[in-house]
Write a protein that binds this ligand. Structure first.
Ligand code: ADP
Length: 166
């Protein structure tokens, strides 16, 4: 049984992430999307909200599960009995950072392999940061994220505006 984890913040999940999920689900028996619950990072959505959104969006992929985790990815992979980590590569700028993380992870667990999928060209510019930036200015984000989660993202910025008294 080839079980792989796909870790990330997914704040929020984009078409780029979903593309990696769909493609890797064809390569492995089971994919666990691992949502990082990092209390130090000021995230737009709580980890529970992110898990629930991703579960809804991947409900039709039978070999995909969604979990949240805190701490090191290697430790989470071990707990899940997975020895493959999937990461997406958008550009050379991702590569240096990703290579370092993959090597550190292998030092901690030599059985752990990191598999990189290169982004589909049409999503190579896309990141959760871009989505948040556009949404914060009320710009159209329909090319970046599935329509189901657009109202949830917009609602976050509306409550923010209210809080800031705008
Ligand atoms: P992190 O917070 O660790 O940067 P992200 O949630 O942004 O994680 O992304 C998780 C993974 O998805 C990373 O491997 C990242 O490179 C990949 N990824 C993000 N956006 C895209 C995209 N547009 N196309 C392909 N892979 C992507």
């Amino acid at each position: 049984m080839k079980r792989a984890i796909y870790p990330g913040s997914f704040d929020p999940i984009t078409f780029g992430h979903l593309d990696i999920v769909k493609r890797s689900a064809k390569m492995f028996d089971e994919i666990i999307i691992a949502v990082l619950n990092n209390s130090a990072k000021n995230s737009l959505f709580s980890s529970d909200e992110r898990v629930s959104m991703i579960k809804d969006l991947t409900a039709s992929c039978k070999n995909v599960r969604v979990e949240s985790f805190a701490g090191l990815t290697v430790d989470f992979a071990k707990r899940m009995n997975a020895n493959i980590i999937i990461r997406g590569l958008r550009a050379v700028t991702d590569f240096e950072y990703e290579l370092q993380i993959a090597q550190v992870n292998r030092v901690k667990n030599p059985d752990l392999e990191t598999v990189f999928l290169t982004t589909s060209l049409n999503y190579s510019y896309l990141s959760s940061t871009v989505v948040r930036e556009f949404a914060s200015y009320g710009e159209d984000i329909s090319e970046f994220v599935p329509s189901e989660i657009i109202p949830l993202i917009e609602a976050k910025y509306k409550t923010k505006e209210k809080k800031d008294g705008k």
